[in-house]
Design a protein around this ligand. Structure first.
Ligand SMILES: *Cc1c(COP(=O)(O)O)cnc(C)c1O
Length: 485
């Protein structure tokens, strides 16, 4: 025995912790203990290529299961509406400090419960800075409570009458960037920018033209399904030209920023007024969100709770601090670089086997496969792959002929399997298995004899052979090695 915490002794310690925790849970509700064990077994045995998912470390996961969950802590560090928040203050300060240092941000807010919540905080902060404060000045009053009913009515109209410009959904944008199923689509008049019809790459000149014509209060950059980097210096230039606030939602690629794969103009933090993110995607932390901002926006961001957020989840903020401490290590930088290298390998593997990719490749962690060449819809491809144990999700491609429900694409991401230790060779094998499944999938024809959009047929033996091949790959790279329940 050595006194260092070698991975194996850590795994033993974590095993003991989980076994004890499950025994405690079992004594109250055995079915939850059972479901928890089953979830680990499922995660261990699936080839997870969902671009927004990852596997957090036992340290991050264990941090969430404590009595910090029991504490109310509305307000901000040192200014709480509840007594006895000194330990929550320690936790929140540390999470914010790690976030500021890791990302080089002037200000960080660790309370958002998710990425959507982080965006809500950002939108309200922008409205507060750009609409509310000027309106208050105009009326010569100090605070919103000093407005007359009539002034307040006028301000409300201005709040609800602002413009936002974000990336279109079929080009890879997110619902929270001003689209109707999300409140942002009701808060803002929205217009979208897309990608070049030929190259499928972001067309900065088109963004500029639309921005000049539309004059948005906020220009939103960031994506969920665009397989390329964005030049944030160019986006900032456009925002400046039209007097817009630049908000970047790096929910998907925060891990690549933290791991210093995205530097210079690929890093949004030096260029944006406000940056939002999730903490559970490529950043590999607990399920949650963060807002980074310039000093100018800090006070407005701080009003997030109770403006749009419920009481802070102190146990999750503690886990964010642990995850951010992990993300500043050289090991995390190696991980992030491997995530990007693996995406290249996956993309090359597809291209070499004749498949078509949106934008023709990748330079982040996402690969977007256009499945029309296989004669399938995204929905058929997603289902057939799932039958064969390959977990992905269907996604629109630019100007998708099959619409947002059936789609023509399948999105792949490398963060989760890279955490398991998959390298370039394994991702090439994933491409091979995927192409083989899709080549052996045929759409079931409709009554009229045309190919249907949902149902399909998989050739005999493909499911079994693919599952066996995946099991071999997964067996070589176990999830949470040494963790025994
Ligand atoms: C995932 C995602 C979100 C939403 O995050 P949740 O934690 O699910 O609320 C927001 N924006 C982008 C760009 C995302 O990819």
């Amino acid at each position: 025995m050595t006194d260092t915490l070698a991975p194996s002794s850590m795994a033993q310690t974590a095993s003991q912790a989980y076994r004890s925790a499950l025994a405690v849970i079992e004594s109250v509700e055995p079915r939850i203990a059972e479901a928890t064990r089953a979830e680990l077994a499922d995660q261990r045995s699936s080839l997870k290529l969902i671009a927004s998912e990852n596997y957090a470390s036992p340290a991050v996961l264990l941090t969430m299961g404590t009595w910090f969950s029991d504490k109310y802590a509305e307000g901000t560090v040192g200014h709480r509406f509840y007594a006895g928040c000194q330990n929550v203050d320690t936790v929140e300060s540390l999470a914010a400090e790690h976030a500021r240092e890791l990302f080089g941000a002037e200000y960080a807010y660790a309370q958002p419960h998710s990425g959507i919540d982080a965006n809500l905080v950002a939108f309200w902060a922008i409205l507060a800075n750009r609409v509310e404060l000027p309106a208050l000045a105009e009326h010569g009053v100090k605070g919103i409570n000093d407005l007359s009913e009539q002034d307040w009515e006028e301000l409300r109209k201005k709040f609800g009458n602002q413009r936002a410009l974000g990336m279109s959904l079929d080009a890879g944008g997110h619902l929270t960037h001003g689209f109707r199923p999300n409140i942002s689509g009701k808060m803002f008049h929205q217009r979208s920018y897309g990608t070049d019809p030929e190259t499928q790459l972001l067309d900065y000149d088109a963004v500029r033209r639309t921005a000049k014509e539309f004059k948005p209060l906020v220009l939103i950059a960031g994506y969920s399904a665009y397989p390329r980097r964005v030049n944030f210096a160019k986006m900032a230039e456009i925002a400046d030209e039209v007097g817009a606030t630049l908000m970047v939602d790096m929910a998907h690629f925060a891990g690549l920023v933290a791991g210093k794969v995205f530097t210079g103009e690929d890093n949004p933090v030096p260029y944006a007024d406000i940056v939002t993110t999730t903490t559970h995607k490529s950043l590999r932390g607990p399920r949650g969100g963060l807002v980074l901002a310039t000093k100018e926006y800090a006070d407005s961001v701080d009003r997030g709770c109770p403006m749009v957020l419920g009481g802070p989840l102190s146990h999750v903020m503690a886990a964010k601090a642990v995850a951010l401490a992990e993300a500043r290590t050289p090991e995390f930088q190696t991980y992030a670089q491997q995530v990007a290298d693996n995406a290249k390998s996956l993309a090359d593997g597809f291209l070499r086997r004749g498949a078509k990719l949106v934008t023709g490749g990748t330079d982040n962690h996402i690969v977007l496969l256009d499945v029309t060449g296989f004669g399938l819809t995204g929905r058929q491809a997603e289902s057939a792959l799932l039958d064969a144990g390959i977990v992905t999700n269907r996604n629109s491609v630019p100007n998708d002929p099959n619409g947002a429900w059936y789609t023509s694409g399948v999105r792949f991401g490398t963060p989760a399997l890279t955490t398991r230790g998959f390298g370039a060779d394994e991702f090439d094998r994933v491409a091979e298995l995927t192409v083989n499944v899709l080549k052996n999938t045929t759409p079931t024809t409709t009554a009229a004899g045309a190919p249907g959009k949902a149902k399909y047929h998989l050739a005999d033996g493909v499911v079994q052979a693919t599952k066996a091949a995946s099991a071999e790959l997964l067996g070589k790279h176990p999830l949470y090695p040494g963790l025994e329940l």
